[in-house]
Design a protein around this ligand. Structure first.
Ligand SMILES: CC(=O)N[C@H]1[C@@H](OP(=O)(O)OP(=O)(O)OC[C@H]2O[C@@H](n3ccc(=O)[nH]c3=O)[C@H](O)[C@@H]2O)O[C@H](CO)[C@@H](O)[C@@H]1O[C@H](C)C(=O)N[C@@H](C)C(=O)N[C@H](CCC(=O)O)C(=O)O
Ligand SMILES: Nc1ncnc2c1ncn2[C@@H]1O[C@H](COP(=O)(O)OP(=O)(O)OP(=O)(O)O)[C@@H](O)[C@H]1O
Ligand SMILES: N[C@H](CCC[C@H](N)C(=O)O)C(=O)O
Ligand SMILES: [Mg+2]
Length: 485
């Protein structure tokens, strides 16, 4: 492939060397660079890729894309100076893989909570409607029936365009993908052509990375700003930032809401452990998903399907049969009628929503026991708030470890404890070992009680100092609640 064929749409500030040269692969990690590769020097959160330029040339790189040209040039090499290397990578990765996002209908879902649920439901729905479909999500990626492990919610531009190309080659008509705020800020979606964008909600998360709520909001909005005018932009206007997403978009503006007039509306008729009963666009429908927040997710899915010109009755019939994503309000009932719920709630808002849902559907006499931890190397400001919310909405709370990553797990628990008010202190226990914490919750639970294990959902590991050990909340819960089955 010729370098010059990859440069369309890239704003070049300075060029040293020729562009009519054959290149091999694109790479942003010096450790993977080989002969005739293009190396993208990206300034990241930990290191600056520019320091590896010389090393990659020694490994065989012939093209360097960077924001600062090195002082000494090697005249056999092509150097291209750009404003933003990560953005150039997005555009060039698209060209390298033949711009696959143009050849299928790509729908992006963004927001703090609900992305995986909405994307997964859309994937299942469109498969059920008979389409070849792809999914890019936190839990796993799919090329129709083939599962591909996920490392990020939104992969890097090379992995992302490779996945989309594989979907196009497999004949996929649609791809539903989560768009994380990190991905927008780091230009992982640069150069993609979306047919639609969906916004779920915006609450407290990732302030370690984005620093302020305003810049987090702007990252989400930037996704809607890049949609073409042929696309639709579907937003939740019950969320106070829902309208902000539409402010500068060129796409067709569409809204959904439970509490006010909108293009797509629903009303909760009943919300119980057996599912949701909704009036959705004047049709009475039962769904298997539990919790009022899932009424929003279902409505977002319904709205998207209608905007993609699907038959509304077929959509509702299929949706009513679907189950949600793994580890999202995933529950089992023991012989002793203890209800154990595994949920991926890892933000204050999500913890409140899931406990609020439990409060809505519980009978009132049973105890709610919550087991909760917070991830290491992630937003520290959410820790005390999550602990306080858990205490406000539960009868007992066991504070424990989530993925400590490189942090001391006890320090994380201490950060959480700081949010527990003196009156709530008597309800809490701190148990460092998550397995022990879950076991204790199961021992404390009596007939009819409800246990919520929050934070890790589908995750099958616990990450401690860079090592991922097998760990599965649901497996432990099953082991403890049904020891003989
Ligand atoms: C904070 C963050 O998002 N980091 C991502 C980022 O890495 P970084 O900016 O820290 O990179 P860096 O280590 O500073 O290195 C800078 C550059 O030098 C290069 N380098 C580095 C070392 C070397 O020896 N040689 C070399 O060339 C790196 O490849 C990189 O291009 O770019 C990397 C490559 O794309 C990502 O793998 C990495 O994700 C890390 C692992 C991560 O944990 N990300 C999480 C926070 C994340 O992205 N999460 C969101 C979901 C969040 C949500 O909504 O819940 C997601 O989309 O998954
Ligand atoms: N629409 C919603 N509003 C509020 N909370 C929600 C909503 N949907 C799901 N949740 C809660 O948030 C948790 C995460 O849901 P989900 O995985 O669908 O979100 P996500 O946006 O993909 O999260 P992540 O950014 O971590 O990938 C769920 O386990 C549930 O507790
Ligand atoms: N995508 C989120 C997941 C958080 C899940 C929680 N279990 C944790 O490890 O903090 C993140 O990377 O921040
Ligand atoms: Mg997700």
């Amino acid at each position: 492939m010729q370098l010059q064929d990859l440069l369309y749409g890239v704003t070049i500030k300075e060029l040293v060397g020729k562009t009519d040269r054959e290149i091999n692969a694109l790479n942003f990690d010096s450790r993977k660079v080989g002969k005739d590769d293009v190396f993208f020097a990206i300034s990241g959160t930990v290191t600056d890729g520019h320091q590896f330029i010389e090393q990659t040339i020694a490994q065989g790189a012939t093209v360097i894309i960077c924001e600062n040209l090195p002082e000494v040039h090697d005249f056999t090499i092509t150097y291209i100076k750009v404003d933003n290397t990560a953005a150039a990578l997005g555009i060039m990765a698209g060209h390298y893989f033949g711009n696959p996002s143009v050849d299928l209908k790509l729908i992006g879902i963004t927001g703090t909570n609900g992305k995986t649920t909405i994307a997964t439901l859309l994937f299942k729905l469109f498969k059920d409607l008979g389409y070849k479909t792809g999914l890019i999500s936190t839990v796993e990626n799919y090329i129709h029936d083939t599962v591909i492990a996920a490392t990020h919610t939104t992969p890097n531009p090379i992995a992302l365009n490779q996945l989309l190309k594989d979907m196009v080659d497999a004949g996929c008509d649609y791809c539903f993908m989560e768009v994380s705020s990190h991905a927008v800020s780091q230009h992982r979606i640069e150069g993609l052509t979306f047919s639609g964008g969906v916004f779920s909600n915006l609450t407290h998360d990732h302030l370690d990375f984005h620093k302020t709520f305003d810049s987090y909001l702007k990252a989400k909005k930037a996704f809607f700003d890049m949609l073409p005018k042929t696309a639709f932009a579907l937003t939740n206007i019950d969320d106070k930032n829902g309208n902000v997403m539409l402010q500068n978009t060129k796409a067709h503006k569409k809204t959904y809401a439970l509490k006010q007039l909108a293009d797509f509306k629903a009303k909760i008729i009943e919300n119980g452990f057996s599912g949701l009963h909704l009036d959705i666009d004047n049709e009475d429908v039962y769904f298997k998903l539990i919790g009022s927040f899932n009424a929003y997710n279902l409505l977002a899915v319904y709205g998207t399907a209608i905007l993609l010109e699907q038959d509304r009755l077929k959509v509702l019939t299929s949706l009513s049969r679907l189950t949600g994503a793994e580890g999202r309000f995933d529950y089992i009932v023991s012989e002793n009628k203890v209800i154990g719920i595994v949920d991926y709630a890892h933000t204050p808002d999500a913890v409140q929503n899931v406990l609020g849902t439990i409060a809505d559907i519980r009978k009132g006499t049973e105890q709610v026991i919550t087991v909760l931890g917070c991830g290491g190397d992630r937003d520290k400001t959410k820790r005390p708030i999550m602990a306080q919310v858990a205490c406000d909405w539960s009868d007992k709370v066991i504070l424990t470890s989530d993925n400590p990553r490189t942090e001391d797990p006890q320090t994380i628990i201490t950060d959480m404890e700081a949010g527990v008010s003196p009156t709530n202190k008597r309800k809490t226990l701190s148990i460092l070992d998550r397995r022990e914490a879950i076991k204790t919750a199961c021992h404390l639970a009596q007939h009819g009680d409800i246990i919520l294990i929050a934070g890790k959902g589908h995750e099958k590991y616990q990450e401690i100092n860079g090592v991922r050990n097998h760990f599965d909340d649901k497996e432990i819960l099953l082991e403890q609640l049904n020891p003989n089955s």
